[in-house]
Design a binder for this molecule. Structure first.
Ligand SMILES: CC(=O)N[C@H]1[C@@H](OP(=O)(O)OP(=O)(O)OC[C@H]2O[C@@H](n3ccc(=O)[nH]c3=O)[C@H](O)[C@@H]2O)O[C@H](CO)[C@@H](O)[C@@H]1O[C@H](C)C(=O)N[C@@H](C)C(=O)N[C@H](CCC(=O)O)C(=O)O
Ligand SMILES: Nc1ncnc2c1ncn2[C@@H]1O[C@H](COP(=O)(O)OP(=O)(O)OP(=O)(O)O)[C@@H](O)[C@H]1O
Length: 524
């Protein structure tokens, strides 16, 4: 089933300048150019359903299928050439030139950069990696860049921005063909500074190849994605790759955790470090002096004496750290601290879709929807909310299916340890049995609950109502997982579902006011 509004849009340049395919073959010393004469290329994609006339269709081997199976369909849609590997070449049935490379995924970034000429007039590029905080840091950095006068671009798990244009994202980091198309679109729109989230999968799967960042940052590393990497060590190694001269000029590293210390030690580019722990050695320290239900204030002090006072319009130490990382990325990019302080004094932008986002009104229980879906994200958010909650803290969440199952019991444990009551529900079960996922989470929660209520409730519509039944004025309900997502994936099918809308409905049914100024995501 396909649901209107759920399918994300892919942004491409509106006026791509054609390039002769012979030029590609020459540039990359690929193969004979005889039958390529006269073929003009205006785009490239790895997805047959995304092909536009004039595209190269890059037919990649995948986990399930070989893209070459879809080459005929791609050509029907207007693809003028196919790039594939030797296995794919044997499968492609299409009357267009076929260019064979050993590892087309590894070549995709450079080829896409050539097609879209993204090396010409690139924006100042900022890249952010880490388990948690990439989206939050990216939005804060984009906001500061815009306040500093730049037309900005953004690529995150939640949204991609080209100036004022906003579309929802599919992957955290787009595939290389899509990323270079996005950068080309940004160039057309006059974007002079762009912030990109860089996932571990992106580094491992060549999605940011052909891109060199001016400044990169590392937020933190904690338990997630072990289904992909097997061990924290392997997960770390993939992230570290961003801190190499081919990928970036310089970096900012949060050394609050030991993984950050290791990034700083092993980085092959110059890095600046920061910490919110006074005991840790770092170039900059974050000293938090006020936490309110709507903001966090801190001083960022450098060992050379520089200092800046910041009020972040978000709750929690983790948000202060994310803001500090964004500020230091600007410093590393050459901005004066005074200029940054000036825009911060005018008030930081408060757009952060689905990250610790309050949906409730002034009275009644406070209800927040958050994107956190790992044990450390839960811990950070619960600790932050505890500090601004007078009454009880109620945690509603589920663990996602077809993703790292080893974190589920730990998510349950952290929730039961740090909240006063826990409601376990579903969260994108995908192809797994939701009841079996809940049982794994519940086992962790019940083992740690020590008499606190632990309730199982499915589906999410019932669960948010069950959580609200436990809550009154002065209490806080945290619904972690869905964040700003506009769908849920049940039995491998995406259906429209917006948690914050459901939470608002449940609040209203219970007779409580809702916040009515929630930012609506604009689809252009
Ligand atoms: C594990 C993984 O990364 N899988 C990605 C991979 O899928 P796959 O190898 O299974 O592809 P496949 O279905 O076998 O198809 C093979 C090829 O045929 C093409 N094809 C397929 C069908 C068709 O009709 N036409 C067509 O052209 C596909 O585009 C693909 O190139 O290639 C697909 C096309 O780009 C991706 O959408 C897909 O990401 C999936 C959706 C995914 O969920 N990835 C996650 C793990 C991910 O990358 N997450 C990170 C970070 C998340 C975080 O930080 O929390 C991210 O950056 O998003
Ligand atoms: N610096 C931080 N340290 C730990 N947890 C954080 C930090 N910043 C945010 N979080 C938590 O992690 C959740 C996810 O935040 P965010 O979306 O910014 O991270 P992300 O790295 O983009 O996640 P993903 O890779 O899944 O897209 C937040 O909702 C919050 O619960």
């Amino acid at each position: 089933m396909s649901v209107a509004g759920v399918t994300p849009r892919i942004l491409r340049p509106e006026h791509p300048a054609p390039r002769p395919l012979t030029g590609l073959v020459e540039a990359f010393e690929l193969e004979e150019r005889d039958d390529l004469d006269g073929v003009e290329v205006t785009g490239i994609t790895i997805d047959s359903s995304d092909v536009q006339p004039g595209d190269i269709f890059a037919a990649l081997p995948g986990a399930h299928r070989h893209g070459a199976e879809f080459a005929a369909g791609a050509v029907e849609r207007g693809a003028v050439a196919v790039v594939t590997d030797p296995a794919g070449a044997g499968v492609v049935e299409a009357d267009v030139p076929v260019i064979v490379v050993d590892d087309p995924r590894a070549a995709l970034g450079e080829i896409a950069a050539w097609v879209y000429r993204t090396e010409e007039q690139p924006p100042k590029l900022f890249g952010i990696t880490g388990t948690n905080g990439k989206t939050s840091t990216s939005f804060m950095l984009e906001g500061l860049l815009a306040d500093l006068g730049f037309v900005t671009g953004l690529s995150t798990t939640a949204e991609r921005h080209v100036g004022d244009l906003v579309v929802t994202s599919k992957l955290t980091t787009p595939e290389a063909s899509e990323l270079h198309a996005l950068l080309a679109r940004m160039r057309e729109a006059g974007v002079r500074a762009a912030v990109l989230e860089v996932s571990a999968q992106a580094l491992e799967r060549h999605r940011v190849d052909g891109v060199r960042f001016d400044v990169v940052a590392f937020t933190n590393l904690s338990h997630d994605h072990l289904d992909d990497y097997g061990s924290m060590e392997a997960y770390f190694d993939v992230k570290l790759e961003l801190f190499t001269p081919d990928r970036a000029e310089r970096g900012v590293v949060c050394v609050d955790g030991d993984w950050g210390v290791r990034v700083a030690e092993r980085s092959r580019i110059p890095v600046t470090t920061l910490s919110s722990d006074p005991q840790r050695q770092a170039d900059w320290h974050v000293d938090i002096w006020e936490e309110t239900p709507t903001s966090t204030s801190f001083t960022l002090t450098g060992i050379d004496g520089g200092a800046i006072e910041v009020q972040v319009p978000f709750i929690g130490r983790h948000m202060a750290v994310d803001a500090a990382i964004a500020i230091l990325m600007l410093v590393e990019a050459g901005f004066e601290l005074e200029a940054i302080a000036e825009v911060i004094d005018r008030g930081m932008r408060s757009t952060l879709p689905g990250r610790i986002e309050r949906v409730s009104g002034e009275e009644g229980p406070a209800v927040f929807v958050d994107y956190g879906h790992s044990p450390d994200a839960f811990a950070q958010t619960l600790e932050a909310l505890r500090r601004v909650t007078e009454g009880r803290l109620i945690m509603l969440f589920g663990a996602d299916g077809d993703r790292d199952a080893t974190k589920r019991a730990d998510m349950g444990r952290i929730a039961a340890e740090l909240a006063d009551a826990v409601v376990v529900t579903d969260f994108n079960p995908r192809t797994e049995d939701p009841a079996a996922i809940r049982a794994q989470v519940l086992a962790g929660a019940r083992a740690a609950a020590g008499g606190k209520p632990v309730i199982e409730s499915s589906p999410e519509e019932a669960a948010i109502r069950a959580a609200l039944e436990l809550a009154g004025p002065g209490d806080t309900v945290l619904w972690a997982g869905p964040g700003d997502a506009d769908y849920r994936d049940v039995a491998g099918v995406r259906e429209a579902f917006v948690a914050r809308d459901e939470a608002r409905r449940a609040l209203q049914e219970a007779g409580w006011p809702v916040r009515d100024d929630l930012a609506r995501r604009e689809q252009h």
